[in-house]
Design a binder for this molecule. Structure first.
Ligand SMILES: [Zn+2]
Ligand SMILES: [Zn+2]
Length: 136
């Protein structure tokens, strides 16, 4: 199976992408870093994500990805990272369920408002032809 030749997003080198998305060198580096993170967590159970970042130098995105992949559950550590809105512990996505729910309703509300505004505009255009905008 032949891969795609492209630039490594980490070091910029041209490489043959076989699905790792980064070149072999960087891939190895990532593997090593992940190992480092795992052994740090194993020795420091209960360490928070920012502490792990600081101690290992691993980017937060890497640790989040590892949490999503269940890498810490494999070693018996329940690891979470904070919701971007309220700080509640989550293991996937960016927001906790509550905030996600809220964001969804917010979006629906906005969409509904936009639809209402469009209808209102239409009603305005049609004024004088028997249309009346419904107000609550
Ligand atoms: Zn690279
Ligand atoms: Zn939240």
């Amino acid at each position: 199976m032949a891969g795609k030749i492209k630039n490594c997003p980490m070091c910029g080198k041209l490489f043959n992408d076989m699905g790792n998305k980064v070149c072999m060198d960087c891939y190895e580096q990532i593997q090593k870093k992940e190992q480092e993170v795992v052994s740090f967590v194993r020795e420091n159970r209960g360490a928070k994500v920012p502490e792990i970042c600081e101690a290992t130098g691993a980017p937060i995105g890497m640790i989040k990805k590892m949490i999503r992949e269940g890498r810490f559950e494999q070693i018996g550590v329940k690891m979470t990272y904070p919701c971007e809105k309220c700080g509640a512990p989550i293991i996937s996505g960016k927001l906790c369920q509550q905030c996600e729910e809220k964001a969804r309703t917010e979006l629906q509300k906005q969409a509904a408002l936009q639809t209402a505004a469009r209808q209102l505009a239409k009603t305005d255009q049609n004024r004088g032809q028997g249309f009346r905008s419904k107000e609550r």
